[in-house]
Design a binder for this molecule. Sequence first.
Ligand code: NI
Length: 255
Amino acid sequence: MLFDTHVHLNADQFNEDVEEVIKRALEAGVENMVVVGFDRPTIEKAMELVEKYEFIYASIGWHPVDAIDMTDEDLKWIEELSSHPKVVAIGEMGLDYHWDKSPKDIQKEVFRKQIQLAKKVKLPIVIHNREATQDIVEILKEEQAAEVGGIMHCFSGSAEIAKECVEMNFLISLGGPVTFKNAKKPKEVAVEIPLEKLLIETDCPYLAPHPYRGKRNEPSYVKLVAEQIAELKGLTIEEVAEATTLNAKKLFGIN
Ligand code: NI
């Protein structure tokens, strides 16, 4: 039983064969997944998927790269949708300093507004961080995000930062990069962060694990992430699968 906490089955890369991809996920032991929408079209598609498949849940928010496009109406719309019983988190949200489409101050404002929304509707948040760790940690503290907690999605920082996030009521989600031979930091995080604070994800279609690196990722590959964590922690894959599934269900309020 595996829980893939971050999928983009709503991405165009799955337009042709999403049903087969979902079938392969079920065959690989993936019991649940959270499909993440981060703008109008991907949120709409995420909602279609949760209506169609009972084991799929949604997280909805606005991506920092496109922060400059988010209007007050968009935020209001996300708030309205968040009362849907299968919307289990707000995000992905955060900061991305790799791309400069949206200026930093606008990214920060849109990030803060979404944290405030999540606190209002009492849902955990899903954090996207690219080259912005310091500012993210600062904003999470200032906005008292610990009140709702959430997920550091596809975490790539140090074990030290991971521990700081855990103290702020966040779970650390590891994805494909933990399987890369040269990925020192994610492997350290897998070793040092206790199992009850870890989640697994694919972030598909991006970041496929070894040996599929560079190819289209899909939820069935989340098993490879669980296997790698098990190996690093000296546990069985069943132990990792069971614990990370339980962590996810607890966070998302899924019985
Ligand atoms: Ni994502």
